[in-house]
Design a protein around this ligand. Structure first.
Ligand SMILES: [Zn+2]
Ligand SMILES: [Zn+2]
Length: 351
């Protein structure tokens, strides 16, 4: 076991504060990683504040963070894919049972025994897993990802959650080149959705409630921006979309977006509003439309996404902060006051 500096929350109402945690010694399958950057995902905040207590209660102390980019410092004797010095990533998953139907289908995120990067039972050490707001992490080789060397590591970190969350449904939709794709919401997820949809050759339209985001949406790759509170603008696009990626986690009327779809169109949810959505059957049956959801991606697909980002030079737009500013960053995140993801420089943990 090795002592590792981290930032943890002691309770649902405590701010994140310096702490020391234990990381296991590398087993033969393990990779030990010095963490360089860790993105701040909205899930970190929900978990630290125990806002998902009804289905995923938080065990305290909690060390969040699942958008990790770091450098390999040590590998176990059986590790074949990585060596010290490699720049690697770790996302939302650090282990699974490797054998269930989901694991065999390369969708480990749906494994009933999946070990999430934080707040998940830790089968090596007992207690729960601790995430990326720390100096280092030890992870089974099969859950470690290669980060292309041309990508800025600070801006690559959010690819490990926000990136794969948006890449996976767009990729799975099918041949999207030339199709009309909507992205609802321009935050951490939405800004990545725009970049991916554009890179795949779609005609990209951003739906936003803030007219002030128009310039930014176009800069990020959107062809058009629709202010969703403007009925006339919305009417002009009704019935014309092939696919809409809905990244909103606040309450909103999903029927409005189903109405934007053309024949056989699909709305995929990647945001998670707290209350159940009201869905009009008519909005679905007229036009044979569908509504579905998507959750991150498996390890194989996450590697494919990173390689795609390397090839197309896709990174997240980040604001790099020292760990000492993490509580302030959470306050700003609640107000969506970040363009578009915070990335924590873990060298600051040494201060
Ligand atoms: Zn996340
Ligand atoms: Zn499994």
């Amino acid at each position: 076991m090795s002592k590792t500096k981290a930032y943890s929350a002691a309770s649902a109402t405590s701010p994140l504060a310096p702490d020391t945690i234990q990381r296991r010694e590398t087993t033969e399958r393990d990779v030990q990683i010095e963490i360089l950057y860790c993105g701040i995902c909205h899930s970190d905040l929900h978990t630290v504040r125990d806002e998902w207590s009804s289905f995923m209660p938080t065990t305290f102390p909690c060390v969040p963070g699942h958008e990790i980019v770091g450098r390999v410092v040590k590998v176990g004797s059986g590790v074949t894919g990585f060596k010290p010095g490699d720049v690697v990533g770790v996302g939302c998953l650090v282990d699974s049972d490797h054998s269930c139907p989901s694991c065999r289908a390369d969708v480990e995120q749906f494994c009933p025994a999946a070990t999430f990067t934080y707040n998940s039972p830790d089968k090596h050490q007992g207690g729960v897993t601790y995430g990326g707001y720390s100096e280092s992490i030890v992870v089974d080789e099969s859950f470690v990802l290669r980060v292309p060397s041309n990508l800025d590591p600070a801006a690559a970190a959010p690819l490990l959650c926000a990136g794969i969350t948006t890449y996976s449904p767009i990729r799975r939709w099918g041949e999207i080149r030339g199709k009309k794709v909507g992205v609802v919401g321009l935050g951490g997820l939405g800004h990545m959705g725009v970049k991916f949809a554009r890179a795949f050759g779609a005609h990209v339209v951003v739906f936003t409630t803030s007219p002030s985001k128009k310039e930014d949406a176009l800069r990020l790759g959107a062809h058009e921006v629709v202010v969703s509170t403007d009925a006339e603008q919305m009417q002009a696009h009704a019935g014309s979309f092939d696919f809409i990626l809905d990244t909103i986690s606040a309450d909103h009327d999903i029927n409005v977006y189903l109405g934007m779809l053309g024949l056989d169109g699909n709305v995929t949810l990647v945001g998670a509003p707290e209350k159940p959505l009201a869905v009009s059957a008519f909005a679905l049956i007229f036009g044979r439309k569908s509504l579905s959801g998507s959750l991150i991606g498996g390890i194989k697909e996450t590697q494919e996404m990173l390689d795609f980002c390397g090839k197309h030079n896709i990174i997240s737009d980040v604001e790099v902060i020292p760990i000492q500013k993490v509580n302030e960053a959470y306050e700003r995140l609640v107000k969506s006051d970040v363009k578009y993801r915070f990335s924590i420089d873990m060298a600051s943990l040494k201060n």
